[in-house]
Design a protein around this ligand. Sequence first.
Ligand code: PLP
Length: 457
Amino acid sequence: SSSATAGRGGQGVVNVLTSNLAPFTNPSEKDNRAAVVLTRGEGVYVYDTDGKKYLDGLAGLWSNALGNGNERIIEAAHAQLKRLAYQHTFWNRTTDIAEEYTSRLVDFGRHRGVVQTFMSCGGSDANDTNVKLAWYYWNAIGQPSRKTVIARKQAYHGVTITASSMSGMETIHKGYGPLPLPWVRHVSTPHYWKYGLPGESEEEYSARLAKELEAVIVREGPDTIAAFIAEPVMGAGGVIPPPRGYWGSIQSILRKYDILFIADEVVTAFGRLGERLGSEFYDIQPDLYTVAKAMSSSYYPLGAALITEKVADAIKNQANKFGVFGHGYTYGGHPVACAIGLECLNIYEEMQIWDHVKRMTPTFQLTLKQLETHPLVGEVRGEGFMLAIEFVADKASKSQIGTKVPPATILANECMKNGLLVRSTGHVLVIAPSLVYTMENFQEMFTKLKKSLDSFD
Ligand code: PLP
């Protein structure tokens, strides 16, 4: 079956041919690499070529919110494919399904000021769109010098050249020479446990970071700054919820200098923090939102920029300066993607999935917090259905474990052996379950995680 041919590594892990240059994977193994080959999914479980069953603790890539095999979504996709597989939304054409879905998306975000959408195929290209919207906005209202975007170290915004520039991770820049592009600045990651000073309260730490942001704005010149981009809870950078007071302090600086706020909600939108939007959870008032992932529960590539009135109005009122809005993806607003997105939204609304997440959050967060007593665990942190376990050699100094293979990678591999899929970012183990996880799913996850962690001793 498939390309899983070369020698078996046992435990469901096999060597696969490297026909596909695997994303975020070391390509130095010339002819094959060790990987688990998955063939089938059922709810929050997936199965490999040997029929071994895994509990998915990462919802695919924080994205498969409803799990696999949801008949309603499959039926919606099938019906749309039969009715109209493809037409675009350019010029004087659109489709009934794109019109219906985008108006529903606007309704979804209306209570947070959303009045328009721009459709993309995922998170990276939606972030590109949002940068273009920000630049277009400033050009439209006569402040064309505003081009710089301020992002944060450790942020993950995707991998197009724009999105990888804004991302604050070395792995994404290393190997490409000119990245990040010169119009990006990075400010500190708001990780209190790691970077708070002795005796400094969370609020004081947040105020210090707001001052840092202000210093960067003043140094660069406020009339050169277009936007600030941030994830409400930093995700791929290691699940870093903001310290108390952070978003309030940051937003007051942005308002003071009239800087647009792009909330990258690719992970947090559609319920992961127990609210429709992560911005709601922290009372963030962005001018632009980036959404993707759970938007289609990953049944199809789908993303969007959600545009608030201030930006939408400026674009509409000043558009004759530039004529057409010169931007658009062949597959933005794809009929099948829209049909799937619409059915997901229907299901989320019917289930009030954000309330389910809110109810289950204490069980998830507090149960896993118990792992902090482990001698090698420095911090267990998270919010909603996002969680990280950070490993240290020494709890007091928070120094990292110096083994060749980092501890979270060892643990993630151990979890996989024990039938649980999670993710390692080296010293941090990341967990982000599907939004439909039940109490039993959480119990199973905890048991498998604990068993895997115990093999460390
Ligand atoms: N923004 C955030 C916060 C993400 O977590 C991701 C993907 O993980 C992206 C953007 C990029 O999305 P995509 O991989 O769909 O391009």
